[in-house]
Design a protein around this ligand. Structure first.
Ligand SMILES: [Zn+2]
Length: 182
């Protein structure tokens, strides 16, 4: 995950302001000051060459929100950050709340991007990079619907190839990401 609670504030570790703060964040993690917004567990920092920097639950912590989580690949992280930034730029004045990885305790879901608008609507954006079974999608969609949340799914190439009936007849091979709205 990209967000953590640090001394009562939510920080987003992909942001540029943290780029040169590895030592500070490592020491905060060691001191147990970086807490998961979902379950409150102390988080560990993952900061390497090959993966985008992010936070993770320690292996011994079993988080109830992790049931649906995707591994934090660079593509998945980049996708949800793009969606988050797009919302902030284009919906600015209409936003009542915009959050990355916002925990929903009623269903233990944690949409990639969650937003509440000035018309009272609640919305979840999911960037689905890996393939997802119809059963899992139905369950997650029903979870949102039961809370009155409108869910919008943006499929990465793998998920799109797996689920698009038009894919075989589409000229030009692999498509880019496409949006499908429930
Ligand atoms: Zn958690």
């Amino acid at each position: 995950m990209l967000g953590a609670r640090l001394d009562g504030e939510t920080i987003l570790v992909h942001e540029r302001r943290w780029e040169s703060e590895e030592a500070f964040l490592r020491s905060a993690a060691r001191a147990g000051r970086l807490l998961a917004p979902c379950c409150g567990a102390p988080l560990v920092l993952r900061w390497g060459q090959r993966k985008i920097r992010h936070f993770a639950h320690p292996p011994q912590v079993s988080c109830p929100y992790d049931r649906w989580s995707e591994p934090e690949s660079a593509e998945h992280a980049a996708g949800k950050v793009l969606l988050y930034d797009w919302c902030r730029r284009h919906l600015g004045a209409r936003l009542r709340l915009l959050a990355l990885e916002h925990p929903l305790p009623e269903t233990l879901q944690r949409p990639d991007v969650y937003l509440e608008l000035d018309d009272g609507s609640r919305n979840a954006l999911e960037y689905q990079r890996s393939a997802i079974s119809p059963g899992e999608w139905t369950e997650r969609h029903a979870g949102y619907a039961g809370l009155g949340i409108h869910d919008i799914w943006v499929l990465g190439r793998t998920a799109w190839r797996t689920h698009s009936p038009q894919q075989s007849s589409r000229p030009g091979g692999a498509p880019g990401s496409r949006t499908c709205t429930s």
